[in-house]
Design a binder for this molecule. Sequence first.
Ligand SMILES: *Cc1c(COP(=O)(O)O)cnc(C)c1O
Length: 354
Amino acid sequence: MKIEMIEAKQLKQKPNWNELGFGKYFTDYMFTIDYIDKQGWVNAKIEPYAPIPFEPSAIVLHYALETFEGLKAYKTKDGRILLFRPEMNARRMQNSNFRLCMPSLPEEDFIEAISKLVSVEKDWIPTLPGTSLYIRPFMFAYENHLGVHPAHNFKFVIILSPVGNYYKNGMSPVKIYVEEEYVRAVKGGTGFAKCGGNYACSVIAQDKAEKMGYTQVLWLDGQYHKYVEEVGTMNVMFYIGDEIVTCPCEGSVLPGVTRDSVIQILKKWGYKVSERLLSIDELMEAGHNGQLKEAFGTGTAAVISPIGVLTYRNDTVVVNQEKIGPLTQKLFDYLTGIQWGQIEDEFHWTREVK
Ligand SMILES: *Cc1c(COP(=O)(O)O)cnc(C)c1O
């Protein structure tokens, strides 16, 4: 892929690495490429981060023809830059695009675009413990008409945001509200796709949970409102008895890269991992009879997020006395150790950006 470089006239001042938060600051440059009907992918550019002009009739504003990805670049102590399994994001975006009748960048172009942009912006990768450069590829239909049918012209963009340590005061267990009324996804819908529309329909439940003093919602399946699917914007796992249980990826659940990595690690460590349906009744029961040892969410932003409290209707379960479980901690240390290049990458998951 030929990428044109358009230099910025002036570079921004870098924020204080101690006060980054998540997704607040954006770097000097972005990658853009257009998909034009009958021509394919054209005009690959690394250009100054700036507004993207499009018309009010652009399809994305009306019918949400948009997909996105999320991954991170990490700087190691010895100054190497690592990506974590970017090919998984490339393939997942292809699956998301297929569902929304959108074309996809070839896997090698997706990874090349990310690598080149990250390389240009390497001074934006923060180096304090737990910090990283969040990479947000996304794509949308910008042609102008109000008919509802597949689009023909798209823009694919990558922006970068230096992000802080997710756990400013150390990893701490969160309170989860089990959402019974609203659902996030149904089989046959777009649950497996990373698309903006899935988030648009989820914020109401998040808002409701926050107003009641919870951090996130636990989503139940869309048909029976009975089986546990995801927590907030993360996949979720429960250590019950001698098995670690997580929902199978059968259409309504987002196949997380972190989820897949954790499953592989657990299997290698000799744990029994079951991708099976888990009803909320079974889960609450396990919480009350002592079988539920640990619970945690998995996702790129937080990596591993321990769950301390689960409330379903008028019933509340406290997990591991609201403390971080030993397996949760071990997984977090191992996975982040690989990502920051501190321990041996036995799975060959990291990819160095030159
Ligand atoms: C992105 C996302 C995840 C986590 O996926 P990772 O690849 O592990 O970051 C889980 N659930 C939803 C709904 C997501 O959008």
